[in-house]
Write a protein that binds this ligand. Structure first.
Ligand code: HEC
Ligand code: HEC
Ligand code: HEC
Ligand code: HEC
Ligand code: HEC
Ligand code: HEC
Ligand code: HEC
Ligand code: HEC
Length: 430
């Protein structure tokens, strides 16, 4: 970043006026070459897409002289470079509508490096080879329809996880892979991720990314209701009571208690606070894997591993977040409560359910199609829905999700599984 800033100083700087569609004037600092080319793009797009240019105009990028060209220009011979769509003026530059992490990396290499080391990085990649999941998407949810079987994946999974972007012969992305807002698309240039998942285009705003709503597009719903959990927590109470008055636009590393009274998702999982440095690796401050069938301690540096992270260091960092506002005893005892609930789930719910499932499988007492088998359906809900809710809610302080949407339902799942199991063993039939 330092080298880049120096670059900006070394080039001849001009102040130019860019007249925008709605008559507003913006003073911009840009180098000579940039003015001519960037100005052309901006002026025309201001009339064609005032929404885009107005967002860009209000961004840090516009103020720093980062223009359309810095992000959309592609070398002619690159995998994604194509001619600009026909317009009145000749546009010589080759462009792409897609702007991948490879482009952001030119100026924000550290962010990309941290993202690439996180669980977010594997969002799409991890289920390429999972036959059961791919069968669920197209065969079951898509009903193996000759034309439309991909639709559940396209309108659902990829909008959170990302897609493997394919291009047609004109180097335009195909409709079954793009547009999508998922966290970790795999792009034609080989890069992986999606930097606009939390700070949307073309404002690319730090304040927006810090607000819980930036995570809620994906961390929501029956199987990972993190936004609901947060809203039900005391921290959510603080944010919902007065968060609109907190200061969300302090620079990274300088956003500290005082700017806010309580932590939000970003504070605990990403931001600098006290002597913790900010990180784009959301797995760094975790101890457990809480989305898996049973919770295991994190112990891997491979972002493709479900256990990416380091249990001891992760917990220590998370505690450091709390120590900014709570005493040691308060924090340690809160985590004792949470860890005990997580271990209760492992030992009293997952373990017996898995034992029954294995025995039924060995005796051929499970249907081939899991989605038609009552035992397997309840078993799935036990770990994937109720079990995750109980564990994540315990860890983030939401009594409603820990109890009523968590253990209360887990208990009923387990009793039902036991009944089905006993009946199948007794009758020898499904
Ligand atoms: C004279 C007007 C004009 C100029 C100059 C212009 N554009 Fe465009 N641009 C358009 C219009 C109109 C479209 C939309 C075409 C459509 O909707 O299919 C477009 C589309 C685009 C797209 C989306 C392409 C796609 O495949 O969907 C990008 C990216 C883009 N322009 C970037 C640029 C850049 C970068 C420059 C400067 C080098 C530039 N434009 C110059 C008018 C212009
Ligand atoms: C900091 C990088 C960056 C800058 C600067 C930038 N863009 Fe974009 N632009 C993006 C990203 C990221 C996307 C989304 C690409 C995707 O989803 O594949 C995008 C998408 C677009 C699209 C398609 C949007 C849609 O909803 O159809 C157009 C058109 C476009 N940009 C034009 C421009 C113009 C014109 C400028 C200059 C005023 C500009 N961009 C500046 C990163 C940038
Ligand atoms: C040509 C260099 C360049 C490229 C390419 C670029 N940026 Fe930036 N970005 C900057 C500069 C310069 C700043 C301002 C830094 C500052 O103010 O210290 C900035 C600031 C930001 C900020 C902070 C905004 C705020 O509100 O403080 C975000 C977020 C961001 N960029 C995201 C992106 C993303 C995402 C991409 C890719 C789609 C991208 N940038 C591509 C140079 C670039
Ligand atoms: C565009 C969707 C999307 C957004 C936005 C998003 N996430 Fe995620 N997140 C995911 C997906 C998908 C996964 C699961 C990735 C995997 O394991 O395949 C995930 C996983 C995680 C994990 C677990 C990582 C691990 O190693 O198991 C954490 C923690 C997390 N996200 C925190 C956040 C926070 C905090 C925010 C907001 C600042 C956020 N996420 C925004 C989609 C998103
Ligand atoms: C609303 C957004 C959303 C949708 C839609 C969605 N997921 Fe997820 N998925 C997530 C998030 C967020 C996580 C992380 C859960 C956590 O950390 O607790 C996740 C976790 C996962 C995991 C476990 C992570 C891992 O690394 O193994 C798999 C597998 C998965 N999703 C596959 C899918 C598939 C396949 C679909 C479509 C059938 C789908 N998801 C639909 C958001 C979503
Ligand atoms: C999961 C949500 C999320 C994703 C995905 C994400 N960011 Fe951020 N980003 C944030 C948050 C939150 C902050 C503010 C962190 C803080 O408080 O220090 C931030 C801050 C930034 C900043 C400004 C801080 C600084 O140090 O200058 C830049 C630049 C940035 N992000 C670039 C990127 C790039 C590049 C990518 C893609 C690799 C990306 N972001 C992906 C959430 C996200
Ligand atoms: C007060 C701090 C705090 C806040 C606020 C917070 N979290 Fe968490 N989060 C935690 C802790 C602690 C854990 C459990 C970490 C561990 O020990 O593994 C956790 C776990 C998670 C996980 C589970 C990862 C896994 O292994 O399955 C996800 C996903 C997550 N948080 C996302 C979010 C999102 C999204 C928000 C905001 C809506 C949020 N968190 C708000 C502290 C927080
Ligand atoms: C920026 C300050 C701040 C940070 C950081 C923070 N909290 Fe809080 N927390 C508060 C405030 C303020 C309250 C509301 C106190 C009340 O209810 O009177 C609160 C409430 C709580 C409560 C419920 C209140 C109680 O005493 O019963 C728990 C539990 C809690 N926090 C745990 C944590 C944990 C664990 C972390 C770290 C992962 C954390 N907090 C990080 C400020 C913070």
């Amino acid at each position: 970043m330092k080298r880049m800033k120096l670059g900006f100083i070394l080039v001849t700087l001009f102040i130019i006026d860019v007249a925008l569609a709605h008559g507003q004037i913006k003073h911009l600092k840009m180098d000579n070459e940039m003015i001519k080319k960037g100005k052309k793009c901006i002026e025309c797009h201001a009339t064609k897409h005032p929404g885009i240019v107005s967002d860009w105009k209000n961004s840090r990028h516009a103020h720093a002289g980062v223009t359309c060209l810095d992000c959309h220009k592609q070398p002619k011979n690159s995998k994604m470079g194509k001619k600009h769509p026909d317009v009145d003026v000749t546009v010589e530059e080759y462009i792409s509508v897609m702007v991948t992490p490879k482009t952001c990396e030119k100026c924000h290499p550290q962010k990309v490096k941290e993202f690439n080391a996180s669980g977010h990085f594997r969002g799409r990649k991890q289920y390429i080879k999972k036959d059961g999941l791919n069968k669920l998407i197209t065969y079951h949810e898509g009903q193996n329809h000759p034309k439309f079987s991909k639709s559940p994946g396209v309108t659902g999974c990829i909008q959170c996880h990302g897609s493997i972007i394919k291009m047609d012969e004109n180097k335009n992305p195909t409709a079954d892979t793009w547009p999508n807002s998922g966290i970790a698309s795999i792009w034609p240039d080989g890069s992986i991720g999606n930097c606009r998942a939390c700070h949307t285009r073309h404002k690319f705003d730090i304040a927006e990314a810090r607000k819980p709503v930036a995570c809620a597009h994906c961390h929501i719903g029956p199987d990972h209701p993190d936004i609901e959990i947060f809203n039900n927590s005391k921290h959510g109470q603080l944010f919902n009571a007065e968060g609109s008055k907190w200061k969300f636009d302090d620079p990274a590393g300088a956003w500290e208690p005082g700017s806010y009274r309580g932590p939000v998702c970003a504070t605990c999982h990403m931001s600098g606070i006290g002597d913790l440095t900010p990180t784009h690796n959301v797995s760094k401050r975790l101890k457990w894997n809480l989305w898996g069938k049973s919770s295991k301690l994190r112990n891997s540096s491979d972002p493709m591993s479900p256990l990416t992270g380091n249990a001891k260091k992760g917990r220590a960092e998370m505690e450091k977040v709390c120590f900014n506002c709570h005493s040691t005893g308060h924090t340690k005892k809160f985590f004792t409560q949470a860890d005990n609930a997580i271990m209760l789930y492992n030992e009293a719910y997952y373990a017996p359910a898995e034992k029954m499932r294995k025995e039924l499988a060995a005796k051929n007492l499970l249907k081939k199609n899991p989605w038609e088998d009552k035992f397997l359906k309840i078993y799935y809900h036990l770990w994937h829905h109720e079990g995750r809710r109980a564990r994540q809610a315990a860890a983030m302080g939401s009594p409603d999700y820990a109890h009523w949407h968590g253990f209360f339902e887990l208990m009923q799942d387990l009793y039902q599984l036991k009944q089905i199991y006993a009946k199948r063993l007794k009758t020898g039939k499904i």
